[in-house]
Write a protein that binds this ligand. Structure first.
Ligand code: PLP
Length: 341
């Protein structure tokens, strides 16, 4: 099957599994796993931050980060379609005690005027803003990439109020590949971030929280609190390290294939796709037809060995990843043409 449901579906390759088998291991709860230590050092270097902490997932990374950054009751400003707002079980409120303030914005960027109006140092009545969060790439906005300049504009405003910026950088390597800049440059304006190894990078699990050393110390305590301390976890660290070396360079191919599928869709009757939003490995589109709706199109695609799920009656998201080849992209395009013309 060609699985376009998400990049999290990518499986570890035989070479990645081999690297996992060969990993040097130790007890990471005591900081004794050499593979994790090397991975944390590498990620700190790649992101230009002081320190890094391996965590189980993107959700845990965001939770640990916000927990370490704010006091309960403080406001957390995020995009209205942010993953941390919609898809992380309300952890920002339930666990961190954040008063979440979603704001609108184009392609994942926050509206700067609204941000300026919303940021607050607090007073007798109103809680202060504790953190501003961004997401790069922005999943629900189409996998769109925020530039370093956009991120800096948000950070400048937040920092004016002494408020830190946390970046949900689950797909930051996709953003860097799309924009042709280094990850460190893209994340330079933010204080803290969570990046993921188990999305487009194809590792089976694991994320990394990066930021200043004192923040990482707090994040480590939070990770323990949330049950995220793992022992010989270098077995996952080795997969992540392998992915950084071998799968990051393949991301432009994933983007090219997503583009090819999006351009095919754009030519088909009754299909609405915003080509400007197709900047990385995601293609969101609407099925506006009498004869077929989004779930029915997914059922028809299954006949061509293509797995996709509808997000509602009209909307579908395709995501390319390391397991989707050039030939697979051709198969998807052929299937779409046959079904929809
Ligand atoms: C933008 C974004 N952030 C965070 C996450 C959460 O990652 P995880 O599934 O590893 O918890 C996801 C998951 O898809 C995501 O798309």
């Amino acid at each position: 099957m060609i699985d376009l449901r998400s990049d999290v579906k990518a499986l570890p390759s035989p070479q990645m599994l081999q690297a996992m088998i060969g990993a040097e291991l130790g007890d990471d709860v005591f900081g004794e796993d050499p593979t994790i230590n090397a991975l944390q050092a590498r990620c700190a270097e790649l992101t230009g931050k002081q320190a890094a902490l391996f965590v189980t997932s993107g959700t845990q990374g965001n939770l640990v980060s916000v927990y370490a950054l704010i006091e309960p009751g403080e406001e957390l400003i995020c995009h209205e379609l942010a993953h941390i707002y919609h898809h992380e079980r309300g952890g920002m409120a339930a666990v961190c005690g954040a008063l979440v303030r979603p704001l609108p914005g184009h392609y994942g960027m926050l509206d700067l005027d609204m941000l300026a109006d919303t940021l607050t140092a607090g007073d007798l009545h109103r809680q202060r803003t504790g953190v501003v969060t961004l997401e790069n790439t922005h999943n629900a906005c189409g996998g769109t990439a925020l530039t370093a300049q956009q991120t800096a504009a948000v950070a400048e405003l937040a920092h004016h109020y002494g408020v830190p910026v946390h970046l949900d950088a689950a797909r930051i390597f996709n953003a860097a590949a799309a924009l042709g800049v280094a990850v460190a440059e893209l994340v330079e304006p933010v204080d803290t971030l969570t990046l993921c190894f188990s999305k487009g990078l194809g590792a089976p699990a694991g994320s990394m929280v990066c930021g200043p050393a004192d923040f990482i110390e707090k994040a480590q305590l939070a990770r323990k609190l949330f049950g995220g301390g793992m022992r010989q976890v270098g077995i996952l660290g080795a997969a992540a390290m392998w992915a950084l070396e071998h799968n990051v360079p393949k991301l432009p191919d994933d983007h090219r294939r997503a583009r090819q599928i999006a351009e095919t869709l754009a030519e088909l009757p009754g299909i609405d796709v915003d080509l400007d939003s197709v900047q990385t490995n995601m293609v969101y589109f609407l099925v506006n037809r009498e004869d077929i709706n989004a779930p029915q199109l997914c059922d028809r695609l299954a006949e061509y060995e293509v797995k996709a799920t509808a997000r509602d009656e009209r909307k579908i998201r395709f995501v390319t990843h390391v397991d989707v080849t050039d030939q697979d992209a051709e198969t998807v395009c052929t299937a779409l043409r046959e079904i929809l013309t």
